[in-house]
Design a protein around this ligand. Structure first.
Ligand SMILES: *[C@@H]1O[C@H](CO)[C@@H](O)[C@H](O)[C@H]1NC(C)=O
Ligand SMILES: *[C@@H]1O[C@H](CO)[C@@H](O)[C@H](O)[C@H]1NC(C)=O
Ligand SMILES: *[C@@H]1O[C@H](CO)[C@@H](O)[C@H](O)[C@H]1NC(C)=O
Ligand SMILES: *[C@@H]1O[C@H](CO)[C@@H](O)[C@H](O)[C@H]1NC(C)=O
Length: 598
């Protein structure tokens, strides 16, 4: 029940997601019929290894040569631990490192959430007792070293009609960083980070004023970015999961941050992307060129191109951060609900008027908050939170205040430094799915609203009572997120109306029969329905969402979907960058292997 930054950080690995980028190509506009319909009719099933269309050995050799030898025949990591392919020395390494995220990100055949390495119940997980099979692990991986490697691979996949997947660190709750029988572009080793004082987008008019910015290659990770900006006394809007990538799916899908209420979502801070589109061209998208693509890349999620470089605005660092930990427990449900409802009722004031942000973990019998307040004095920070603690204490002796601590730290990076190093955290290698929802500000305006929210979330906890469930309330909306220019970005507009983002997860051991996995996934979808019904017309953050999200076009993209769909067909007319519940995935079957028959 105790909440320390170190115990919370693995939790916050839930909070953001790295990964992929998706891409665009240009289509010759058909002139007779509806251009979109025409474009759809050209989609073809992806080539499978058993088919004559599959590239010959000599074609694969040619690709290998084109990418400087960095083509890897990829196997699931636990392959060497199963009887068919057993290798004791190699398997010992796998067993030792299997649950470490930093080891997984460094393996071409591994993802952070192992369920996505499997496909319809087949795969090769460590504890699995059924036969070791390839599952959804790519057949080949290009260990990307240059932009030319990306271009050669994209052209090769397009020419041979292969499924292409894109992976950096492999953090993705929807499994979008892999695909069955795919060629994978692995961007992890492209790690350059550069803080610049005066960034001017390519193609800007002469005399355009420069902006403080940070330039990332595709494989850069947040922990390294925070270290770098701290040296320059700047901050960048990034996630709380230190090992997530800066330039892939995290920001393409929106990107929330403890700095979001102050500076907006990640997408509100993007200045430029360099992407390889489905035609193999390297394009620069910013406010001056490929503006439509630039819009799609700021919130439209993966599916428009392979990002090879991203540039984000930086901001002046706060003088310090107040870092608060408050943990309150009660074994009496009605008492706990009073504390939780009181918490909800305070969120608008805390965030909008006072500047707090943070992450709150709520379970059946406790609430644990980890909150940040930039610049304010310690006295101000204390005075702001104390009424919440006092109210809880006033409810009776069956409420326990387990922690109520505020400290000041120089920067977010100091919190990471003080926490257990990411290299020694076993935060990965599990089977996990999430459900989530953006909860609008209107719900927080009346006691009826906060009560309904409290009781609905109580029901969600009860849905999973066998699993000692908790859920997270992310105070990463409102403030500047609400003010962000909705027309400049394609992120789901529900972010602009949201007070908080709520998510919860469920997991299972490797040897769970497939039918039970499916049943658990359905249970998550059903529990999430409680939130959907409570907030009609809202949406969710696609990076931390139910992988079976119903009506995902509305939930993940809202009113932006029709335009995003058109741009998908403009830049990726053959569906090279298909991924689960991405824009245009409704043209395809669930696997993304064949167009859906209409
Ligand atoms: C309270 O939280 C602080 C900050 O994380 C931590 O250092 C301290 O050990 C916690 N105290 C208790 C009693 O858990
Ligand atoms: C990928 O390439 C990097 C160098 O860019 C190298 O250090 C690494 O070992 C390679 N990984 C694999 C699995 O080939
Ligand atoms: C809840 O029950 C547990 C186990 O009986 C006990 O250790 C704990 O102190 C109780 N907590 C509160 C807040 O009463
Ligand atoms: C694998 O088995 C070990 C030993 O029984 C267990 O501790 C671990 O949690 C299991 N992991 C998964 C993901 O099933």
């Amino acid at each position: 029940m105790r909440l320390s930054p170190s115990s919370l950080l693995p939790l916050t690995v839930w909070l953001s997601v790295a990964l992929l980028a998706v891409a665009p190509a240009s289509a010759a506009a058909p002139d007779d019929t509806d251009p979109l319909e025409h474009s759809r009719t050209r989609l073809q099933c992806k080539c499978q290894p058993t088919q004559p269309c599959w590239p010959s050995d000599s074609a694969w050799s040619a690709l290998k040569e084109a990418v400087g030898g960095r083509l890897i025949a990829t196997k699931p990591v636990a392959y060497v631990c199963h009887p068919e392919h057993y290798d004791k020395a190699k398997c010992d390494v796998v067993k030792k490192d299997y649950y470490y995220g930093v080891w997984r990100q460094n393996q071409p055949g591994a993802l952070q959430m192992t369920n996505w390495e499997t496909h319809r119940g087949e795969g090769c997980l460590l504890n699995q007792t059924t036969a070791c099979l390839q599952g959804a692990v790519p057949l080949y991986t290009v260990n990307v070293s240059t932009v030319a490697d990306v271009q050669a691979s994209v052209r090769f996949a397009a020419k041979h009609n292969l499924r292409l997947s894109i992976k950096n660190t492999g953090h993705d709750y929807l499994g979008r960083s892999t695909a069955p029988a795919s060629l994978s572009l692995w961007t992890y080793f492209k790690k350059k980070i550069q803080v610049v004082d005066s960034f001017v987008p390519d193609g800007a008019l002469k005399g355009t004023e420069g902006t403080n910015a940070i330039v990332f290659e595709a494989g850069a990770q947040w922990i390294d970015a925070y270290k770098e900006v701290a040296k320059h006394n700047r901050i960048v809007v990034g996630g709380m999961a230190a090992t997530v990538g800066t330039s892939g799916g995290y920001c393409l899908s929106g990107g929330h941050s403890p700095f979001s209420p102050r500076h907006g979502l990640c997408v509100d801070n993007v200045l430029q992307y360099k992407v390889v589109t489905a035609d193999g061209e390297l394009r620069v998208a910013n406010a001056y060129q490929h503006q439509d693509l630039f819009w799609a890349l700021r919130g439209g999620g993966p599916g428009f191109g392979v990002v090879v470089e991203a540039v984000y605005r930086t901001h002046v660092a706060p003088k310090h951060l107040n870092f608060a930990v408050v943990v309150i427990a009660s074994n009496i449900t009605a008492q706990m609900d009073k504390v939780v409802q009181d918490y909800y009722s305070r969120v608008p004031k805390w965030v909008k008027d006072e500047g707090w942000s943070g992450y709150v973990n709520i379970a059946a019998n406790y609430i644990g908050a980890m909150l940040f307040l930039p610049d304010a004095s310690l006295d101000t920070a204390r005075a702001s939170l104390q009424p919440f603690v006092d109210h809880a204490r006033s409810l009776g002796s069956d409420i326990e205040i387990l922690n109520n601590t505020i400290i000041q730290v120089p920067s977010l990076y100091e919190i990471f430094k003080a926490s257990t190093p990411v290299t020694s955290v076993q935060d990965s290698g599990a089977n996990v799915v999430l459900g989530s929802r953006l909860i609008p500000r209107t719900m927080f305006k009346t006691p009826e609203g906060t009560k309904k929210l409290t009781l609905t979330m109580r029901k969600v906890l009860e849905d999973f009572q066998d699993n000692d469930k908790n859920y997270l309330v992310l105070m990463v909306a409102d403030g500047q997120v609400a003010k962000g220019n909705a027309r400049e970005t394609s992120v789901v507009p529900a972010w602009r109306d949201a007070q908080v983002f709520i998510n919860f997860g469920a997991g299972w051991p490797d040897d769970t029969p497939y039918a039970q996995q499916v049943a658990l996934q359905r249970k998550v979808t059903k529990a999430t329905d409680r939130l959907r019904q409570m907030t009609p017309g809202s949406g969710t953050y696609q990076n931390e969402a139910d992988p079976d999200e119903p009506n995902f076009q509305q939930s993940f993209f809202g009113a932006n979907y029709p335009r995003l769909y058109k741009l998908k067909h403009k830049y990726d007319p053959h569906g090279l960058f298909i991924c689960r519940r991405c824009v245009g995935s409704d043209d395809w079957n669930t696997d993304g292997s064949c167009p859906r028959r209409r």
